[in-house]
Ligand binder design. Structure first.
Ligand code: SAM
Ligand code: SF4
Length: 328
């Protein structure tokens, strides 16, 4: 079986959310007061995650797994989860998306457990702005986490940045220079309507085109061919080998090449970041359903995937869960 939708797209990349909790409160992702967290009893255990991942890898053709959240490093059993996923055959490629706050103390252990790569979110190099965006202090810890990830061999270390109008929109060039200096691969992500207050508006969003033009004033950017299903359009910087990516999720959606499927921390399949319908795997899993039947539910969930996220459709309605509870 494969995870094919009605438009012929095949999902091979699984985003596993490990928790909806977080130690930051980024304005574009969570409200200051946090959210009503998923009750702990509803979070999939390490063993349940490993079982569903095994079904995905051995029966459904999933080849890569990204651990995300919320903040996945808040899971006390993260190393155990990574080790169990690394033991799957065929072995999936394993990566982690993190805010980096706890990475310094964990990078070596994660690497030893079998993690291949990390993406660290970093929107600013200014401590005051860091606090304004994430509503916490922690820039020094994130920078130390990045260092530790590189030292542990979690290559390539990627940096994800969201630019917010009126806050850090002027930092595109300084973030790129920092990443060039440290040999991190930088990607800018357009802000999507997944904030908890529904405050997103298109006019306020810093677009990929704006970022490209800001970077181009100081660096030569040459588009790289062969993007495949990658969400980022990649550019060679100053003749390479360094690259920078622009993820124009809103202004140039890549839905037609999407190869992703998501599993929330409470065991719901989401066939799209913006889906409004989920498929519950936790209940049948806990009721003892056979692997084969769980796999069939998964296939049906992906088959129902819509053509695109429809942000530009006047009838667009944002998903009920904010980004942190979906798994970014
Ligand atoms: N806590 C981890 C982190 O920040 O990397 C993992 C989860 S977070 C939801 C994953 C990514 O989603 C981060 O890079 C974050 O910047 C991005 N993100 C969150 N809300 C977003 C939004 N409304 N639009 C675009 N990207 C967003
Ligand atoms: Fe937490 Fe990541 Fe959301 Fe920031 S973007 S609040 S670090 S989950």
């Amino acid at each position: 079986m494969r995870l094919v939708d009605a438009f012929g797209r095949v999902a091979t990349d699984l985003r596993l959310s490990l928790t909806d909790r977080c130690n930051l409160r980024c304005t574009y992702c969570m409200p200051a007061e946090g959210l009503p967290w998923i009750p702990r009893a509803e979070l999939l255990t390490a063993a349940e995650l490993a079982r569903l991942a095994r079904i995905a890898v051995t029966r459904l053709g999933v080849r890569s797994i990204r651990l995300t959240g919320g903040e996945p490093t808040l899971r006390p059993d993260l190393i155990e989860i990574v080790a169990q996923l690394a033991a799957l055959r065929p072995r999936p490629e394993l990566s982690l998306t993190t805010n980096g706050l706890r990475l310094r103390g964990m990078a070596e252990g994660l690497r030893a457990a079998g993690l291949d790569r990390v993406n660290v979110s970093l929107d600013t190099l200014d401590p005051q702005r860091f606090r304004r965006i994430s509503r916490r202090d922690g820039l020094a810890d994130v920078l130390a986490g990045l260092d530790a990830a590189a030292a542990a061999g979690l290559h390539p270390v990627k940096v994800n940045a969201v630019l917010v109008r009126g806050v850090n929109e002027d930092e595109a060039v300084s973030l790129l220079r920092f990443c060039l200096r440290c040999c991190y691969e930088l990607r800018f992500i357009e802000q999507m309507p997944l904030d908890p207050h529904g405050a997103w508006n298109r006019a306020g969003m810093v677009t990929a085109a704006e970022i490209r033009s800001a970077l181009s004033e100081h660096h030569r950017l040459v588009p790289m061919p062969g993007r495949g299903s990658a969400p980022a359009e990649s550019f060679l910087v100053d003749d390479g080998p360094a690259r920078v990516g622009l993820i124009a999720a809103v202004t140039a959606p890549f839905c037609q090449a999407c190869d992703r499927v998501r599993l929330t921390a409470d065991g719901q399949i989401r066939n799209c970041l913006f889906a409004r319908v989920e498929t519950d795997l936790r209940t049948p899993l806990r009721a003892g359903e056979a692997d084969e039947d769980l796999a069939t539910r998964w296939v049906m969930a992906v088959h129902a995937k819509k053509a695109g996220h429809g942000i530009d459709d006047p009838a667009f309605v944002a998903p009920q869960r904010p980004m942190s509870a979906i798994g970014g």
